[in-house]
Design a protein around this ligand. Structure first.
Ligand code: ASP
Length: 638
């Protein structure tokens, strides 16, 4: 089957769509029969726009290249991707066999139609024209489908996802981008799972956002960065939790899904300003380099500063260049070079930027900041003030908080703590007492050690280790929020005869457990240094279960965190399964390597069917794991 249109669909849209251009007639995405079939289908319908990327590549001429006209037919031959019997029953409705039918557990199916772009692109070759093209294609058939999947190369997927998130206004349907690290035609491909997951999300869940689905996780598209070009977990979203996780069940975090569909009818904004650029500070940068970057035609710049938004305070030459550019109405957004965390103007050096009207990029990714600038400039270009307001607003969930929202005023601590109270006035005393836990919790959450110290000075006998209304104690709050300084203070202050380090919260977890969930090695070391022990609240088999879960979900860093907290890496779970058995079964190569290199592992331990890790790896053809296990066995026998 070929779905290739006869006209180059990746030609610039401005040409393809131009009504004045009589030579290039408007190309409709679906032919009349396909539209007829669509109108009769009563099962979920998903449009798959196949733009290229590794997922559909093959090794030709010694390198990976996209193969035209191949993927849809190949999918048709895979039972897990297409239910042939079901398709037979659809013959009357779908005589052209245009659709594929993804089998679901309940004998139902999701119908999906693949539109292959010509030429298929390595995503490194994609430009704004392609974003506009994809967006207009979706607009053209928006009402006919329940959701959309975009098959895309991973290299620039985060840029496309960010761009589309802004271009789609009032989106009410899911748009899921996916791809793979290994082509779908190869045995070990991650592409099949990624595509199946994306089809399920697009066909069955109303998550009206542009998202990226990869390796069992659904991310907000404008929060993601590609962080790994080898591992199968290619993406990270450091400043925003995943929107959904595929475990034995699909868990969608509905409370954080961003839904603006009720704001108005769906619309596509295609005017993206291309005069935006990215300037990353480095210690040897000269003012001339900076000047060149800020010169016309550049209209907006993402300035990647150090840490929490800092630039050197002893470089008036750089500040001067930025000031001149800002005066010329170059829109400058300050983003951090750190992958995690947010810009906040805490240091003198950053305040200079704020004063000259540089916008804070908060915790946006670079991809999101660039695409947002293109969108905001394209939409509100004549109004600098409005553009700045928009940059400070979270338009599509791309930043954690709107920067121009009214912020709850800070509590005047000194007033609360120092206002003399009539000691006989029970009510006032109680009022002040009852405020303290809130203050302590706020400090712990923000790692605000200065305020915590002030509270202590004002109230020397204060007991910080109270149960807060949330059911945690301040040390748990610190561990959950990686507040290292406050945690250290609390631990230091806790009386030796009343150590707090192993205290469980109301649901039975200790600070060490939360530090592991945060994968925060410094916090783990601190707590362990003060005597934290996993076994104080967890049974060995429970620890085994958590370890097994890590390897099952390929949470390599989490596994490392458990190890750092002294977990025995060979600990079996309730069912007698060891982390190694699970890591092998799930082909988690990274985890297998880590377990063998760091644990005292008994590789002869077998599962309930009597299979050892080596037997499982050989049976499944996991050659790299077989090699690792053999090397380990050889080492042991020496
Ligand atoms: N270079 C490829 C691309 O981005 C990589 C991939 O698909 O994973 O198209």
């Amino acid at each position: 089957m070929s779905t290739n249109p006869s006209v180059d669909l990746l030609s610039p849209v401005s040409m393809r769509r131009s009504s004045s251009d009589v030579l290039l007639k408007h190309v409709t995405l679906l032919n009349a029969q396909t539209q007829k079939t669509l109108s009769k289908l009563t099962i979920p319908k998903v449009l798959v726009l196949y733009t290229g990327g590794t997922i559909g590549m093959k090794v030709l001429r010694n390198a990976y290249e996209p193969v035209t006209d191949y993927l849809p037919d190949a999918l048709r031959d895979m039972n897990i991707m297409h239910n042939v019997q079901f398709a037979e029953t659809m013959n009357v409705i779908d005589p052209d066999k245009s659709f594929l039918y993804l089998p679901l557990a309940n004998e139902e199916c999701i119908a999906y139609y693949i539109k292959e772009y010509v030429p298929l692109l390595d995503s490194t070759n994609m430009t704004y024209d392609n974003y506009i093209h994809i967006a207009l294609d979706i607009k053209e058939v928006y009402n006919l489908f329940d959701g959309f999947v975009i098959l895309h190369g991973t290299d620039t997927m985060s840029y496309t996802a960010a761009a589309l998130s802004f271009m789609f206004e009032n989106l009410s349907k899911p748009v899921v981008l996916t791809g793979s690290q290994i082509p779908i035609f190869e045995t070990r491909s991650d592409g099949r799972d990624n595509l199946i997951g994306s089809l399920l999300l697009a066909g069955q869940y109303r998550i009206p956002e542009v998202t990226i689905y990869f390796r069992n996780r659904l991310y907000r598209g404008n929060r993601v960065t590609k962080t790994d070009c080898e591992g199968l977990n290619a993406f990270e979203s450091y400043n925003c939790p995943t929107l959904a996780e595929f475990r034995t069940k699909i868990q969608v975090k509905w409370d954080i899904v961003f839904d603006r569909s009720s704001d108005g009818p769906f619309n596509v904004h295609t005017n993206l300003n291309r005069n935006v650029s990215l300037l990353r500070l480095f210690p040897g940068i000269t003012y001339l380099t900076m000047r060149q970057f800020l010169e016309p035609p550049i209209q907006a710049v993402v300035l990647q500063t150090y840490g929490a938004g800092n630039l050197p305070s002893n470089r008036p030459d750089l500040i001067e260049e930025l000031r001149k550019a800002a005066e010329r109405d170059v829109l400058i957004v300050n983003c951090t070079q750190c992958a995690k965390g947010s810009v906040y103007y805490a240091y003198e050096s950053a305040t200079a930027l704020q004063k000259m009207g540089v916008c804070s990029g908060s915790d946006m990714t670079i991809e999101a900041a660039l695409m947002k600038l293109s969108y905001v400039l394209g939409k509100y270009s004549s109004d600098m003030k409005l553009m700045k307001v928009k940059m400070a607003e979270s338009l599509r969930g791309e930043m954690s908080a709107s920067l121009n929202k009214v912020v709850c005023p800070t509590i005047n601590l000194t007033w609360i703590l120092n206002t003399p109270i009539d000691q006989s006035d029970e009510e006032s005393l109680q009022f002040r007492q009852s405020l303290l836990p809130w203050l302590v919790a706020t400090c712990a959450q923000a790692d605000d050690i200065a305020t915590l110290q002030k509270i202590r000075q004002a109230q020397a006998n204060i007991n910080f280790n109270v149960l807060l209304p949330s059911g945690s104690m301040p040390l748990h709050v610190c561990a959950k929020h990686s507040a290292l300084n406050c945690a250290e203070l609390l631990l230091r202050l806790s009386a030796d005869d009343q150590p707090i380090v192993n205290e469980p919260d109301q649901v039975g977890f200790t600070a060490l457990f939360y530090a592991i969930l945060q994968e925060n090695e410094d916090m783990i070391d601190l707590l362990v240094g003060y005597g934290a022990k996993l076994t104080s609240t967890l049974k060995p088999s429970e620890i085994g279960m958590y370890l097994c879960n890590c390897v099952k979900n390929n949470q390599f860093n989490r596994l490392k965190a458990w190890h750092r907290a002294s977990a025995d890496l060979d600990q079996a779970d309730y069912d007698g399964r060891t982390p190694l058995l699970l890591a092998v079964s799930y082909n988690s190569l990274e985890c297998v390597r880590y377990l063998l290199e760091n644990g005292k592992i008994d590789i002869s331990w077998s599962d309930s069917r009597g299979m050892t890790p080596m037997q499982i790896a050989k049976q499944r053809g996991f050659d790299s794991i077989v090699q690792l296990l053999s090397a380990y066995a050889n080492e042991q026998s020496k």
